[in-house]
Design a protein around this ligand. Sequence first.
Ligand code: SF4
Length: 193
Amino acid sequence: MDLSRRSFLKTGVAGAVGLSALGFDLQPLQAQSSSLKISRTSQTRSTCPYCSVSCGIIIHTIGDGAKNVTPQVVHVEGDPDHPINRGTLCPKGASLLQDIVNDRRLLKPQVRRPGSDHWEDIPWDQAIDEIATRTKALRDADFIEQDKNGKTVNRWESMAFAGGCTDTNEFNYLVVKSMRSMGVTCLENQARV
Ligand code: SF4
């Protein structure tokens, strides 16, 4: 039988209409087909990272816990129990799946050296060592013990820290403790939650 895409669709539609006309209730079938995608997923609550509104999301992952299976995120939706968005998402949040499952997603630290025209991948250990080295050098150079009136201030004005809306309270607590201990006064966060 020579079955083109058009005739296949026509056959399918005609079949569905025919079944419906014969008195079959197709609604359970349609409901079942739309729920198949998330029927065997595990759910993880998280926060949309795109803007300071900080909408709550539910990430559906398939394959969790099974041997020889790589977990795969298959769906992201608004969290109906979240007090900020109550299940709604704007178009950016609604497309979060494309952010999570994306070949261009950065998974390694990158550095662009002075004068270079490209970014290079570096190992995590090297990235942490380089950040620590530069942080100490900058603090040693710029730390202010006393202001011009001789008042002790112990501050470091050439360093700033900016957090994001997905940072937890615990993370932010540690950020403030560690940054303040070094004398950093410029702390900011994208979110107002
Ligand atoms: S879903 Fe939209 S409004 Fe909500 S945090 Fe994400 S980007 Fe902001």
